[in-house]
Design a protein around this ligand. Sequence first.
Ligand SMILES: [Zn+2]
Length: 483
Amino acid sequence: MSGIFDSVNTHTMRRTLTTLILTAFTLAAIAQPSTDKTAAWYNRALKTGDLAKLTYFFSQMPKGGDLHHHYSGAVYLESYLDWIKERNMRISSITYKPVNKGTRAAITVDSLRKNNTLYRNLMSLWSTADFENHYHDEVAPDQHFFNTFGYFGPISDNYKAGLAEIKKRALQENVQYVETMLSGVRIPIPSQKHNAALYQHQQEQSTAGLDAIFDQIKNSINEAAVVKAVNTYKAQLKEARAGIDDEQFTMRYQTYTTRNNDPTTVFASLYASFRLCAAERSMVAVNFVGPENGVVAMKDYWLHMQMFRYMKALPEFSKVHVALHAGELALGMVKPEDMGYHIHDALLTAGAERIGHGVDLPYEGHAAEILRYMAAHGKAIEINLVSNEFILGVKDGRHPIRMYYDAHVPMVIATDDAGVSRSSLTEQYVLLASRYGFSYREIKELVFNSIEYSFMSHAMKCSHKAVLRERFAAFEHDMAYMP
Ligand SMILES: [Zn+2]
């Protein structure tokens, strides 16, 4: 030790040290005013309600990750039309669905694009555009929203192009990470002879003997079919995601199961989803999709959460993450008493690590316990303001966002289905700021949460946070010169 120091001229060393300290102070002095100036610029825009300035601000601001993101709902219909054209398919001018050439009333994408009336009709069916700005005989917004998937769903499997589009838009919006719900895994469904017994358990909400039934269903699933489905999925994903991850950007994937099926189908699909996650590193979590107020989803909710509990307890699935849509309900969609337990059970029975939406929190009987639990155990809430306003009609002071924030529940801001809502992550932040008045410092914390509460590995999170810090420094430097 001493040898090294002896050989260095102590005077030079002291001078170098002084210079280093001074440089550090100067850098800090420069950095701090940039942060302060940025915050001041933001405060002025917020105070005057200048939504154009806020839109500019948030479009430029680094936004870290988007953690509640549906792949097929993120692709814009303009791209879906391109895909239909590439496949030499047509659009039905009666149903507005993709159809094969030769089908009655089938028109080409080019003719559709030339006919403004037909094009606008398609747009209003495939997305939520124009839903509220003019009178028409309309279905309920939540129904309209879920219907859109029936139009583009069948042609959404052009994953390579879809992921490239999502990445391109993310980079443009200064987003460095996306965790997208890509698709489910299809396997043959085993005999449904246990459904009656499962319904009985649901009715009695009794766990006695339930796992034995789950064991039997699991053992009756065709193992060879599962292996084949998982391997096929992995191969398709490998091809689709080639070139997506680079120094600027990372994408990770979730798979999912649909809620609104009979219990054996849900169980078997869930098992396949867990198997895929356990076998593929980039597939980081299992989710649960479909309208939460659906008849089956409501009737079997307790049972569904038990299925997640069972899967999580299997040693081979102990490391599989779970994020769940829960509490995506508003008063009137279901009976009031059915709004009281979804978030609670998703967390404490199913073991969800993140909750999507959580909008019915004020109606949950255990709201205080939920908030304490989420804060204490670092379970994040994924906030989707645009989607909640359209699908649930919940906005402004009706949204429980402040209940979560004030209880120190980790929070992330996400898009849900930006292609269907024809929106962006930027717009979510504009609403967040203009409706709830979060400070710049608080918003910056939310952005860092979107990396911290992602399902990336620890090492990936560290490197993404370092990139994010650099991006914020550059952003604040630019904003300091903004008039
Ligand atoms: Zn969602």
